[in-house]
Design a protein around this ligand. Structure first.
Ligand code: ZN
Length: 198
């Protein structure tokens, strides 16, 4: 499987474009003229890009970025921390930003190429997401690739639907944790990883 330049079909692209024009009109904007006339098209193009991950299942993402190296069995933990990402919440289509993803796993018989972890994070972030779901998606993909349940994902992030609207609490950070296998059972292991997470 390779990354395809699969884009939204013309039908779905137009569907988004027309829906955005409807929203703008309902808000009182005149979309027939001026710079705003192209906004529906620009939004559809943006959605095509930022929701690329919705075109692939977790299994397909595991196939895309699953390049591994065989190793002898080890109990040593591999951590990758502070992977920057952003996503959009499925409740408001609002930006989730300042997000840092921290990943740990214990290799069973293979290790993953380190550059692949941020690629997996990027691709599953390019979906309408919930922070909790983002963590389980990353863990699912890693579990499939690494053939181990010993995976943990911690995410910290800010949600614009919390910081800029409604309750309006800028700086509020949400932390979610997805613990599996040994990380669920072994408190010391969990603590060791959390020491790496600022
Ligand atoms: Zn939201």
């Amino acid at each position: 499987m390779t990354i395809q330049k699969r884009h939204l079909s013309e039908k779905n692209f137009n569907k988004i474009k027309n829906a955005v024009a409807d929203i703008l009109e309902a808000l009182g904007a005149d979309v027939s003229t001026g710079d705003i006339a192209d906004t529906p098209k620009r939004v559809a193009e943006m959605y095509d890009e930022v929701f690329e991950g919705m075109r692939y299942t977790n299994k397909e993402i595991a196939e895309l970025f699953g390049r591994c190296f065989e190793i002898a069995k080890t109990t040593d933990m591999v951590c990758m921390t502070d992977i920057d990402t952003f996503s959009y919440c499925e409740h408001h289509i609002a930006l989730m930003y300042n997000m840092k993803v921290h990943v740990a796993y214990i290799p069973k018989k293979k290790i993953i190429g380190l550059s692949k972890i941020p690629r997996i994070v990027d691709m599953v972030s390019k979906r309408l997401q919930l922070q909790e779901k983002l963590g389980t998606d990353i863990a699912d993909v890693l579990e499939m690739i690494l053939e181990t349940k010993d995976v943990m994902v911690v995410i910290k992030g800010e949600h614009s639907c919390v910081t800029t609207r409604g309750i309006r609490k800028p700086g509020t950070v949400t932390t979610t944790m997805c613990l599996r296998g040994a990380f669920k059972k072994n408190e010391n292991l969990r603590k060791e990883f959390l020491l790496q997470v600022k």
